[in-house]
Ligand binder design. Structure first.
Ligand code: M6R
Length: 447
């Protein structure tokens, strides 16, 4: 704003997002559309290299070369309720409790139950390219990367598609080897994360098909990728990503079903996956109904300085997710490992002061995880296990157990996410911390 023209705001975009809100009684400028919802749902997204003169009654967009651009406003489909706490103490808790609805919104209109298939409108134009790929690459940051890590397990296990997984902050700086026909899928809640965006731009320069899995409609990565799938998780306000993460895992099940059925997955297996997705919202409600028990257990663990999370196979990325959330909202030092790695160094740290959260659902590696639990108990480490309902053996081994219902293994990571998120939340609350706004972090990593 210039002192002699205080009715005009001048904004320019290079890298970080800028959104202009078109209101009835004035215009608004924000870096995030959800901040505008209370005022207007009509927004104009600036692209890199554009500037705008915004006043109460008008907005004029031009390029930095001076060319005027006519930009149509787009409508945000989110409701204003979504950015209010609605009786919950924190946004993080509210967003964890939205999981059943989020899964419903992510799968809505995307299943063909009678054929055991999925359809993703955003991938329709590129489906033949996707089916012809030699390799798939996934890139992202933070929790979105961990969703991609689960996605790698799912695509390799159920769709027989080889997947390279790369942190976006590494992908953008490394040298790349050509592997035949490839696509890069960028996973991002905000659609604005600087490293993820740079990875997408690099992949495009390299001639790869670029795909987005994005929550914020109209965000830069949504607009700059060739095709994509929206999460439809609604706005996520808490810095810790919970409901968007659930939606990302769900979208990976959909992508796995879509590509798996094109790549040899039987109709029977496809139908089982469809059923697993359709029944998932009710299962998540059952898990959320045990939140009081998670709260009670979290109180016991809030006094420790360190924690270790272990999992195996598709529970390995979930161990990383549990540790990331605990660090982010409680500042407890937490590490995560694939269970088989303990004996290669990290078990040396364990004693009575270093609890272990063991992900031990009854899956193909259950016995191996039981051995891990025995090993860590032998070092005196307190064990909190997350296991399958009815598993009495687990309660005889671990100090505490959180039980979750038995589900199809493809949706197991989604079911495990809830107790992990609740655990981090309740430990943070017990420590009296501002769980919605952890120190040193912003919701979008745009720089
Ligand atoms: O908006 P994005 O999904 O691209 O954000 C990626 C990460 O910054 C994000 O997931 C971060 O790790 C969360 N705060 C974790 O809870």
């Amino acid at each position: 704003m210039a002192a002699d023209d205080s009715d005009t705001i001048v904004v320019a975009r290079l890298g970080s997002p800028i959104v202009i809100g078109i209101g009835v009684d004035g215009h608004f400028v924000s870096s995030d559309p959800s901040a505008l919802l209370a005022h207007t749902k009509d927004v104009v997204y600036l692209d890199d290299g554009e500037m705008a003169l915004v006043s109460k009654d008008s907005y004029n967009v031009s390029t930095n070369g001076g060319t005027v651009r006519q930009k149509q406003a787009e409508r945000i489909e989110w409701e204003v309720d979504a950015v209010q706490k609605q009786g919950y103490e924190h946004f993080m808790l509210k967003e964890i409790f939205e999981a059943p609805e989020v899964v419903l919104n992510t799968i809505r209109g995307r299943l063909i139950p009678e054929e055991g298939k999925a359809k993703l409108g955003g991938f329709e134009n590129v489906l033949s390219d996707l089916v012809a790929l030699d390799r798939f690459a996934i890139t992202a940051c933070g929790s979105a990367y961990l969703a991609g890590y689960v996605g790698k397990y799912l695509l390799e296990t159920y769709a027989n598609i080889p997947v390279d997984l790369e942190l976006a902050s590494e992908y953008r700086y490394k040298s790349h080897v050509d592997h035949g026909k490839q696509a890069l899928l960028a996973v991002t809640q905000s659609g604005e994360t600087a490293d993820t965006l740079a990875a997408v731009r690099l992949a495009r320069e390299r001639g790869l098909l670029t795909l987005g899995m994005v929550n914020v409609v109209g965000s830069t990565i949504a607009r700059e990728t060739d095709a994509g799938v929206y999460n439809h998780a609604g706005p996520e306000v808490a810095v810790a990503s919970t409901k968007a993460f659930i939606s990302q895992l769900t979208a990976f099940v959909l992508i796995t079903l879509l590509l798996g059925r094109e790549n040899g997955m039987s109709v029977k297996e496809g139908k089982e996956i469809v059923h697993a997705l359709q029944t998932l919202p009710n299962i998540l409600k059952q898990v959320l109904a045990t939140s009081g028990e998670v709260e009670r257990i979290a109180e016991k663990y809030a006094g420790y300085r360190d924690a270790m999370f272990i999992g195996r196979q598709s529970s390995t990325p979930m161990a990383f997710e549990g540790a990331l959330k605990l660090k982010e909202v409680t500042y407890i030092h937490a590490e995560a490992y694939a269970g088989g790695e303990l004996k290669h160094g990290s078990i040396a740290m364990l004693d009575e002061s270093f609890p272990v959260v063991a992900l031990a659902p009854q899956d193909t590696v259950y016995e191996k995880m039981i051995s891990n639990i025995e090993e860590v108990k032998a070092r005196g480490a307190p064990v909190l296990a997350i296991g399958t309902e009815g598993d009495k053996h687990l309660s005889s081994l671990a100090d505490d157990v959180i039980y979750v219902p038995k589900v199809h293994p493809i949706v197991q990571p989604i079911v495990l996410a809830l107790p992990l998120h609740l655990f981090a939340y309740y430990v943070g609350v017990e420590k009296g911390l501002n769980v919605d706004r952890p120190s040193n972090l912003a919701k979008s990593g745009t720089v």
